[in-house]
Design a protein around this ligand. Structure first.
Ligand code: GDP
Ligand code: MN
Length: 383
């Protein structure tokens, strides 16, 4: 489980790591009033769980209310690397002279956690690791003893961090390790850890991945996971149903089983000139009830104008999926949005026969199914 930046920052700040003053906002007015309270300039930052948000247009520095409004308008609702942005962090902008990297992760090869420090912060650290591996100082830690202060100092020294901030950076690194250990972390990372002209260090970004299997003993973090989904009603619903779901900006709803199959469908919708409304993977063993839940999700998305089912029968047979689709659709007096179905795999022929063509459009190939769904979505748009 990955915490959002704003959540990881709360965790880091509670442990004593300096973080900028910030507020979460989900609409334009909220961004402006947060910015006024914090004081300009502020950074407006998309809260989605991907790196490289700055380059993708998800982070903007603003100097006044007009700029704040403009930034909020462009970032809220945007599709950032496949993630729908519905919240931004409004944050005191840091005037920095240097960007460092500090992180803790598990070194699988060594079977030990490793602390990492680099003066090449602010950019993707994987790229640094590839192009200039010596620019990252590493210090392995024995988890039964924890991280000794001298280990932190050594890593900071080896990385070539300036003397004037070495002490503060070491202390941030030690705290980060403590958190990683206490919170069952898989990774904990600050990139960039900014250094200001007056030699202060401040965590301008925060990443914290938690071991999913340990969430039961981290109730506060488990609550954060729920809250993270809470910004979006549909994502909350997806959590309840146990679906892998990502909301996108288009109007062609997509339901499939297996991430690869859903991705392929997404790409095809795009290929045929449509726009995917979502990624929805119902997973294996897609019994009738799950199919009904998936339809409920996609139908309750106002942006959706048509739906395409792409199901590959494996453990769940095509005939069973077909019955599920029929049952789910029979509950409506009127089908809310046109549904196109393509079945493949085990018992697909039986499935095709079972499908009630008064309720759905059946297509033999994925290409035909996607084209048809895109066409339907386009017709609704033209009206
Ligand atoms: P990421 O690219 O998604 O990891 O987002 P980050 O939070 O790491 O921000 C990326 C870059 O945006 C940083 O390396 C900075 O160059 C810039 N940035 C972010 N916050 C601030 C800020 O408060 N002040 C300034 N001047 N730049 C910022
Ligand atoms: Mn970052």
């Amino acid at each position: 489980m990955k915490l959002h930046e704003y959540q990881a920052k709360t965790v880091f700040a509670d442990a004593g790591i300096p973080t900028p003053d910030s507020q979460l906002a989900s609409d334009v007015d909220g961004v402006v009033s947060a910015a006024e309270e914090i004081g300009y300039p502020v950074a407006v930052k998309a809260q989605v769980q991907v790196g490289g948000r700055g380059k993708a247009g998800g982070i903007k520095l603003v100097e006044d209310a007009d700029e704040a409004r403009e930034a909020a308008d462009s970032i809220l609702g945007m599709d950032l690397k496949g993630y729908h942005v519905d919240r931004v962090l409004v944050e005191e902008a840091v005037d920095f002279v240097n960007e460092l990297y500090v992180g803790i992760t598990m070194d699988r090869g060594e079977g030990k956690p490793v602390a990492m420090v680099s003066t090449k912060g602010g950019v993707n650290i994987e790229e640094v690791a590839e192009e200039d591996p010596d620019a990252i100082a590493r210090e392995h830690i024995d988890p039964s003893f924890g991280m000794h202060p001298y280990q932190a100092r050594k890593a900071v020294y080896d990385a070539g961090v300036d003397q004037s901030v070495a002490r503060d950076v070491s202390s941030v690194l030690t705290t980060l390790y403590q958190l990683w250990d206490d919170k069952d972390g898989a990774d904990a990372e600050i990139n960039p850890l900014m250094v200001t002209a007056d030699d202060e260090v401040i965590a301008a970004d925060a990443v914290m991945n938690i071991d999913e299997d340990a969430l039961f003993r981290q109730p506060e973090l488990a609550e954060m996971e729920e809250e993270a989904a809470g910004g979006d009603e549909l994502e909350q619903k997806a959590d309840e149903y146990g679906f892998d779901y990502v909301r996108l900006d288009g109007n062609t709803g997509i339901i499939g089983n297996g991430a690869g199959l859903v991705m392929t469908t997404l790409d095809l919708v795009d290929h045929y000139g449509g726009e995917p409304a979502n990624f929805l993977d119902v997973g294996g063993g897609a019994k009738a009830a799950r199919i009904a839940n998936a339809l409920d999700m996609v139908f309750s998305d106002d942006n959706v104008d048509s739906v395409v089912f792409n199901i590959f029968g494996g453990i769940t047979r095509g005939d069973e999926v077909a019955r599920g689709i029929n049952e789910a659709l029979e509950q409506f007096d009127e089908i809310p949005k046109p549904v196109v179905v393509r079945l493949a795999g085990t018992n697909w022929e039986e499935g095709m026969e079972i499908l009630n063509e008064d309720l759905v459009t059946v297509e033999q190939t994925l290409e035909d199914a996607v084209q048809r769904a895109v066409e339907y979505a386009g017709e609704v748009n033209d009206q």
